[in-house]
Design a protein around this ligand. Structure first.
Ligand code: ZN
Length: 135
């Protein structure tokens, strides 16, 4: 079984923001030379996540952030008093790993799909751990 791993650092620019990491993941995929398999992307953090969603119209990201902010407002009577309880809740909702297929050396994205790191407690530098398992 052929495997390939890489960890990248991603700088985020504000407390809540999405960073399109599609091009980094696609280039790791190319670098691996694995033509068929599974790619898994994991962020080792409790206040940022990773999702696949639309990367064409930026208002989609805005709407997702707005609704997450309504579900978990920043100033609420939380038990976790570190000041980032909302960030933990948003991360729990979106999740912090995704697994996607590689077909013929490429991720078979739908027309509007991209991969985003979802920051909920930035700005910070985040790690993204990528592992590819070839079949
Ligand atoms: Zn915390």
């Amino acid at each position: 079984m052929k495997t390939f791993s890489k960890t990248i650092d991603v700088r985020t620019s504000s407390r809540n923001c999405f960073v399109d990491i599609t091009r980094y993941i696609s280039s790791i995929c190319e670098e691996s030379k694995i033509s068929d398999g599974i790619i898994t992307i994991f962020v080792p953090h409790t206040t940022c996540g990773v999702i696949v969603n639309e990367n064409y119209d930026p208002t989609v990201q805005k709407d997702i952030q707005k609704i997450l902010g309504e579900i978990a407002p920043e100033n609420q009577d939380y038990s976790h008093t570190e000041g980032n309880a909302d960030s933990h809740i948003k991360t729990a909702i979106v999740g912090n790993s995704i697994t996607i297929p590689i077909n013929n050396g490429k991720i078979p994205f739908g027309t509007w799909q991209g991969i985003f790191l979802t920051e909920f407690d930035g700005p910070r530098t985040r790690k993204v751990i990528v592992k590819i398992i070839g079949v």
